[in-house]
Design a binder for this molecule. Structure first.
Ligand code: HPA
Length: 277
C-alpha cells in the first residue's frame, strides 16, 4: 500500500464516523460558489482540523470544513475551504480533498475559481465555463510513485472537463437566461499578479482566463476517473494594452456579485445531472 493510500484510508475512517451518506458529487466551494453552502442540507460538518492528514490550515486562512449532505436532492460532499499552492502547500496537499472525494465514491467534481479575463471579449463580472486548461504552475500533483488503485500512471487529458457536463451547463444557462462564456483556463502559481508581457504571452498561448487554483485538483480528478465541471468567475480584465493596477477589494466585490448567478446555475446542473459512476 502506498503512503497516500494509507493516509486516505485513515481520513475516510474518521469521516465515516460522522455520516454514512454516499455522495455522488463533490463540490469545491471556491470563489463564486460559497452561496451554495447555505442551500446544502448538511448531515455532518467536519472541521478539516479533525480529519487526519488534511493539510493544517495556515494561521491567516480560516479553517475549512467538509460537509456531507444533500444539494438539489442529490447526496454530495462539499469542501468549504480550499488550499492554494501560493500559501505554501504542496500539490499533494492541495489535492488531498479530491482524493477523499474519490474514496467516498463520487463520480463528479464541480470546481470554480476567481480569474482574470484574457479574452478581449470578456468583461469583469462574466461567468465562464471551463472547457480546457493549461498547466502553467510548474508542478504536477501526480509526480512520484503511482498508486494503480487510485488511477493510471499516464492519465489521458483529452477531455479533462466533461463534454456531457459542458453541454448540460450550457442548456441550463439558456433555460435560466444566464450569459455563459466558454474558454480555456490557465493556472499559474501566484501569488503576484502577472505582468503585461505575461498576459500577452498567456493570451497568445490560447488562454481565456488566468488564476491560481483549479489545475491541480482537476488533474487529480482526471486521474481518479471523475467527470469535471468547472467555472471561472471573471473578476478583472487582464488586457495588456489597457491594464489597470489590481484592486483586490474590487476583485472580491465582483466575485461576490457573480456568486448568486453561479450558484443558481450549479444548483440547476446538479439537479439534472446523471451522477452514476
Ligand atoms: N491573475 C490575474 N487576475 C486574476 C487572477 C490571477 O491569477 N485571479 C483573479 N483575478
Amino acid at each position: 500500500m502506498t503512503e497516500l493510500r494509507a493516509k486516505i484510508d485513515e481520513a475516510i475512517k474518521t469521516i465515516r464516523k460522522h455520516s454514512s451518506i454516499e455522495p455522488q458529487a463533490a463540490i469545491i466551494l471556491g470563489t463564486g460558489l460559497n452561496g451554495l453552502a447555505e442551500q446544502l442540507e448538511a448531515d455532518a460538518r467536519i472541521s478539516y482540523d479533525d480529519i487526519p492528514h488534511f493539510p493544517r490550515t495556515t494561521v491567516d486562512a480560516h479553517a475549512g470544513e467538509l460537509v456531507l449532505g444533500h444539494l438539489a436532492g442529490k447526496p454530495v460532499v462539499a469542501l468549504a475551504g480550499r488550499f492554494h499552492y501560493y500559501e505554501g502547500y504542496s500539490f499533494q496537499e492541495v489535492t488531498f480533498p479530491v482524493r477523499i472525494a474519490q474514496a467516498l465514491g463520487v463520480s463528479t467534481l464541480i470546481v470554480s475559481n476567481a480569474a482574470g479575463g484574457l479574452n478581449p471579449e470578456f468583461r469583469a463580472g462574466d461567468l465562464m465555463l471551463i472547457t480546457d486548461h493549461i498547466n502553467f504552475m510548474g508542478d504536477n500533483p501526480l509526480i512520484g510513485p503511482n498508486d494503480d488503485s487510485l488511477g493510471p500512471r499516464f492519465p489521458d487529458m483529452s477531455e479533462p472537463y466533461s463534454w456531457e457536463l459542458i453541454e448540460l451547463a450550457e442548456a441550463k444557462a439558456l433555460e435560466l437566461g444566464v450569459k455563459l462564456r466558454r474558454g480555456v483556463y490557465l493556472g499559474c502559481p501566484g501569488p503576484c499578479l502577472e505582468t503585461r508581457a505575461e498576459y500577452r504571452f498567456m493570451r497568445f498561448l490560447g488562454a481565456d482566463t488566468v488564476g491560481m487554483s483549479t489545475v491541480p485538483e482537476v488533474i487529480v480528478a482526471v486521474h481518479a476517473g471523475l467527470k469535471v465541471l468547472g467555472f471561472s468567475a471573471v473578476t478583472d480584465e487582464c488586457f495588456p494594452e489597457a491594464l489597470q493596477p489590481v484592486d483586490i477589494d474590487r476583485i472580491i466585490a465582483t466575485a461576490n456579485s457573480i456568486e448568486p448567478i453561479m450558484s443558481r446555475l450549479v444548483y440547476a446542473c446538479i439537479e439534472s445531472m446523471n451522477l452514476d459512476r
